[in-house]
Design a protein around this ligand. Sequence first.
Ligand code: WTA
Length: 629
Amino acid sequence: MRIKTFEEYQTAYQQSVDDPEGFWAEIGQQFKWRKPWKKVLSWDFNEANVKWYEGGEMNITENALDRHLEERGDQVALIWEPNDPDDEAVSITYRVLHDRVCRFANVLKKHGVKKGDRVCIYLPMVPELTVAVLACARIGAVHSVVFGGFSAKSIADRINDSACTMVITSDGAFRGNKVIPMKETVDTALDQCSTVKSVIVMTRTRTPVSMLKGRDLWWEEEVKHVDSICPAEPMDAEDTLFILYTSGSTGKPKGVVHTCGGYMIFATYTFANVFQYEPGEIHFCTADIGWITGHSYIVYGPLCYGATSVVFEGVPTYPDAGRLWQIVAKHKVNILYTAPTAIRSLMSFGLHFVKDHDLSSLTKLGSVGEPINEEAWQWFKQNIGGSHCPLVDTWWQTETGGIMISPLAGITPEKPTYATLPLPGIQPVLVDENGKEIEGNGVSGNLCIKFPWPGIIRTTYGDHERCKQTYFSTYPGMYFTGDGCLRDEDGYYRITGRVDDVLNVSGHRIGTAEVENAINMHLGVVESAVVGYPHDIKGQGIYAYIITESKPDDAEMFRKDILATVSRIIGPIAKPDKIQFVSGLPKTRSGKIMRRILRKISEGEMNNLGDTSTLLDPAVVEEIKKGAL
Ligand code: WTA
């Protein structure tokens, strides 16, 4: 499965293009199957239909757990580092993890969860989160993990969209110096959900919580009364493994569906190759399991490859800005995979937070989630990687299941800010606005992928048409990523950012329409327009232009109230950084908001607004310019 040299990469890449089915069949054979597949691939991008390893039967947990028991049952699978550095870290071997997953799977079964049922998981970064995810997979239930920073309303929308029958949560969560309620938030969500029959509550903070008889159950109590044997449910390769909600350019987040076989193979193959994982290495991905990065590179990829994976409960700045480096030193971490926003933030605290810690265990570094600027790239490489660790800038998406364009650590020659070259099996193309492929090097355009790979999105839950429309209709015959991209003279790819109305704030994906909808729900708001602007640490900040019914008496207070509404409707991650009250928005005669102008103003580019003659009321632009923040 592992490529070892650049020549091998080139050969593998060529083979994956010449004979994709042969290529992926060979990799597929290295996993544990109950029944072999009948057909490696069938696909039709016009209908958004893709199937990999059809007819094959397997269970991802047999690959992530059972398969390792004989050879490395006593090897540590997970290292859990709690929020408070003075609390003890916990190491969980493959054997113990297997036991805990089987037990919890039996708890799920006991409470009526069956293959195909949807289970919502809303937990902090505790080992139980991984256990819950794998327990669902064990019995063929579909997990839908919701990031702990989302509001009750966001949870309710996600539960209702996929009609979840169970929620798994905790009493509270520790995050830095805060204690955050979890069960209480779930309770509020459940007032709006009729499909949920039971709630399992894990104890973390021992915050007082309401426990309803007949619905709510304690995790610790439940696992006492079940068996530790739970045979894995045989799954068709194309059965759904999980749903993960993500933002698009419309208001409603969509449930990206991934299936068992292809996702497993793609997450594992990319993990092994991009990070060049060597047996015994400690892999630390700082993402939250509530996002795709955590699914693929904390849980499934590392565990299916028999790696040791670190789960960190806290935040990089608690108790101080040296926390990540302290964890690296403490657990002798070899691979550190994090986001540019974290790097930029930690950079700003100064090097003395780095100097106290021994980082000599590090062998490889990775970056994900947003474009990485050269300064952050160099800082990470030099000060954290001691200039000798390869640094992989990995481009991919919730919809792609795993890494698509990235160097292979230590193999692909690096170039700062470039995701470099596609992995074997990935065929990127750049297209112009008319959908025409732009060939050759030294060009830029919209990034599409013209051939399926095993981890590709299969559908958006409950609405296949939406999947077709969003990803396969802009450029017929191709998967459209939503990203702009440059291919330089060497054929290296650099992702320049979203070309649609999706923002990337601190590596979190947020739709402008989602934020606008939330703002518009606030009393006294008539209309709003949201754009992203360059932000030194977050990558992008949120700038909201808001029309109100009347001039607010206390504008500052009104701003704060609006932030409270956005927090309540979506979650604190979607709060605008800047709010400007305006009397009108720049609209065309047909009523379309010209976001281009608002974006320019938010970037401070007042004199370069382009053609404004088609605006209904050009005077409004002058007013907005004057009041710009
Ligand atoms: C952006 C996260 C530049 C991109 C795995 C993409 C990146 C979106 C990179 C997906 C990178 C991710 N360089 N941009 N290395 N990685 N992106 O679904 O805009 O949360 O479309 O998946 O993040 O975000 P998502």
